[in-house]
Ligand binder design. Structure first.
Ligand code: UDP
Ligand code: MG
Length: 322
């Protein structure tokens, strides 16, 4: 299975986004290598070093001495989880491509099953679904539940719930995804929306093996906003509905004011005035904010700026800095 676009391409590419993962890296390499050496396919591991500032690049360079299949693409600056995966997908050469986190929350052992399932059932996508998140924090579980629930309500065809970014894709799928013009793509929504034949494998989400989560609340909020604005214009409709409701209420208040004027009850009313002014102000700001999200998204798409910059790729021969 050699891809026509990439002569000499491996059968399997494993894309790993990594940001400051010095603590978990040795463990991860050990477990991943044991799995991949046993799969019986010729493979490459494409680590996207997302602008790490700790010893990650040095450790990666060291691993490369003993692991020829390890390829490192270093980004110039931290671009974020989704952009790092996109960078990996755009450079992956394999006929099959698996994306996996570096922190061992996604068990590498599942890759062998994913490959088997994809081949046996001729699938384009295999999702790994976390059926047990008891190892995640309560906060993470609640916010993740809310996220998947909201996306379902918005009608975003996001595939199986709780499928994160641990998945296998065929070359055709990867090419379809990378050809999309969207820059801030949320892969867990974009891939299912293609509607390619897919299968599901379940697994238990382990705890992070070492190091700390690189997903602060601000990144989670950004992911949620990108997901919503990228998947649906329902919030814009909500703004329209709020406008309708506001107009109806205003009409009622107008009648009330006129009647009050007619019967001479015009002086009291500080409370109601205050409430109306603040409520209308709040709703207006909310609607402006919603509108702004979409305008902003259109604007960044128009700019067409890349979401990441590559500093070097070990495949093309440049020396990594150590
Ligand atoms: N990651 C990345 N860039 C970032 C943040 C995270 O490449 O800006 C990587 C990180 O190294 C890990 C994966 O994305 O391999 C998932 O991050 P993390 O485990 O911290 O997220 P969580 O599991 O807490 O949601
Ligand atoms: Mg994690």
């Amino acid at each position: 299975m050699t891809s026509p676009q990439h002569p000499g391409a491996p059968a399997l590419t494993v894309v790993v986004p990594m940001f400051d993962e010095q603590d978990v890296l040795p463990l991860f390499v050990q477990r991943l290598r044991a799995v991949l050496d046993g799969v019986g396919l010729d493979y490459e591991v494409l680590v996207v070093d997302d602008g790490s500032t700790d010893a990650t690049p040095v450790l990666l360079a060291r691993e490369r001495h003993t692991w020829p299949q390890l390829r490192v693409v270093r980004l110039r600056a931290n671009a974020g989880h989704q952009a790092a995966i996109s960078a990996g997908l755009e450079r992956a050469r394999g006929e099959l491509v698996v994306t996996i986190d570096a922190d061992l929350q996604d068990p590498p052992e599942l890759i062998a099953d994913m490959v088997r399932l994809a081949r046996e059932e001729a699938l384009d996508v295999v999702y790994a679904v976390r059926d047990d998140r008891s190892a995640d924090t309560r906060f993470k579980r609640v916010t993740a539940g809310g996220y998947y629930d909201t996306m379902r309500r918005l009608g975003a065809d996001h595939g199986p719930a709780n499928a994160g970014d641990f998945r296998l894709m065929t070359r055709a799928t990867v090419d379809a995804v990378t050809a999309l013009p969207e820059h801030h793509r949320v892969l867990r929504l974009v891939v299912p929306s293609l509607g390619f034949p897919s299968g599901v494998l379940t697994y238990r989400r382990d705890e992070r093996a070492a190091g700390r989560s690189k997903y602060p609340l601000s990144s989670m909020v950004r992911l949620a906003l990108d997901s919503i604005t990228g998947a649906s214009i329902a919030p814009l409709r909500l703004a329209t509905w709020l406008g309708f409701i506001g107009a109806a209420v205003a009409l009622g208040l107008l009648v009330y004011a006129l009647v009050g004027y007619a019967v001479g009850l015009t002086v009291p009313g500080w409370t109601s005035t205050f409430m109306v002014v603040t409520a209308v102000g709040g709703v207006q700001l909310l609607c402006l904010g919603i509108l702004g999200e979409y305008v902003g998204r259109t604007y960044t798409m128009q700019l067409g700026r890349p979401t990441y910059y590559v500093a070097h790729d070990s495949l093309t021969g440049e020396d990594p800095p150590d």
